[in-house]
Design a protein around this ligand. Sequence first.
Ligand SMILES: [Mg+2]
Length: 126
Amino acid sequence: MSRIKILVVDDEENIRLLYSEELKEAGYDVMTAKDAFDADRKVAEFNPDLITLDIKMPGMDGIEYLRKFRENDKTTPVVLCTAYSDYKKDFKIWASEAYVVKSFNLDQLKATIKEVLEKRGISDED
Ligand SMILES: [Mg+2]
């Protein structure tokens, strides 16, 4: 039995720590990345089963990174994490990916992750 691997991409350190701590507690194997370029390296190194992706990041933002990521990987689920004000700026992307509005309470994020993994048939049984 191997644990499900989640890559948390966010430019804010306190968010990376919070998500990492809570997702580890929920039984996932977690790695973090601080920007899109770091995410590219960690994807190659860690081979995550799911990615949580912040939208607002300096350099390449989450939407731009997602577009680039999807050119090579059509299947790995991505959960977009956004502040309410940025929500649904780019309708096409929102229609095709899971998303949560950012909160310090991670219940919604954890529920969405669980739902997406179940939908894709990804489990820690194999
Ligand atoms: Mg951010």
